[in-house]
Write a protein that binds this ligand. Structure first.
Ligand code: ZN
Length: 301
């Protein structure tokens, strides 16, 4: 049984996952920018509680985390919501406390491993996971293995540039995929058309379903820009599957056809019809399953 730790900006989820990808017990706590030692203490307590509830012993621990992490050294980088964690190694500390192997991955990479192992991309050797929510991120699995950049660095697919005349991004570029197609980008576009309309992506989708013209344009634009980024991934990698997850994709029925249409129209120099573009299938369990999969992926080597 794998102890899974999913660290995000608002909550830390901990659970027990069996070898078939079933979550046997789970708990969560809000993420506080507290001292590292207190954070680790709390995670240890949550692991012990869920271990007891699941009634089996932990054989390994996987951690998936938002923000820059060094998967090879098992250390945290400059994670903005955990300022005291920089340079700390929960991998070493949890390994010492539980006396088991521990693996750490970026949560986009962890989610990609989960989808490839237990989700939409099962039996596909090449899968790209894309999450469209408050930002755009993801992970790339090739031949069943996580693709890593140099020194284990995590590639940022959300910051590939689609339109230099687009809005500026905090990364320094303009018109990144994330700036054009994330949930906040949808809200910003709507507001730019009509300043009185501060709407969340969910509200825009709801209005579009009711036929409201401006909301329908926002949805059409969103599908187009998600589609452009997906088309670039298809042209560059031609994976067997692109699995789309994240908050915006909860309204996938409004976007999927448009995304597939863009890919069909512009990916003419590759056999794009061989890439399945589908909704990620693990839903709310993605974080815990990804963390668990991060451990099994590492321990296989
Ligand atoms: Zn950017």
């Amino acid at each position: 049984m794998i102890g899974a730790v999913d660290i995000g900006g608002t909550k830390i989820a901990v659970g027990m996952v069996d070898g078939n990808g079933r979550v046997l017990a789970r708990t969560q706590a809000p993420t506080d920018p507290e001292r590292y030692s207190e954070g680790i203490e709390r995670i240890v307590k949550m692991l012990r509680e869920t271990e007891q509830e699941a009634g089996a012993e932990i054989t390994g621990i996987g951690i998936g985390s938002t923000g820059p992490v060094d998967p090879m050294r098992g250390e945290f980088g400059d994670v903005d919501f955990l300022p005291g964690w920089r340079g700390k190694s929960p991998v070493n500390d949890l390994a010492r406390i539980f006396n088991v192997g521990v693996a750490l991955e970026n949560d986009g990479d962890a989610a990609a491993l989960a989808e490839a192992g237990w989700g939409a991309g099962r039996n596909r050797t090449r899968l790209i996971y894309v999450t469209v929510g408050t930002g755009i991120g993801g992970g790339i699995v090739l031949d069943g293995k996580l693709y890593r950049g140099v020194d284990g660095a995590h590639p940022e697919i959300g910051h590939h540039v689609l339109d230099w005349s687009g809005p500026p991004c905090y990364c320094g570029a303009r018109g990144c995929w994330e700036c054009l197609a994330s949930g906040p980008a949808m809200t910003a576009w709507m507001q730019a058309q009509d300043a009185s309309r501060g709407r969340t992506p969910e509200q825009i989708c709801e209005l579009a379903r009711g036929g409201e013209p401006l909301a329908r344009r926002a949805v059409e634009r969103e599908g187009f820009y998600i589609g452009l980024g997906v088309a670039n991934l298809v042209n560059m990698f031609l994976p067997g599957e692109i699995a789309l997850g994240g908050g915006v994709m909860k309204s996938a029925d409004l976007f999927l056809d448009r995304i597939r249409q863009v890919v069909r129209e512009i990916c003419t120099q590759v056999p794009a019809e061989k890439t399945t573009i589908a909704l990620a299938s693990l839903g709310a369990d993605t974080g815990l399953l990804g963390a668990a999969r991060a451990w099994s992926h590492r321990s296989r080597r």
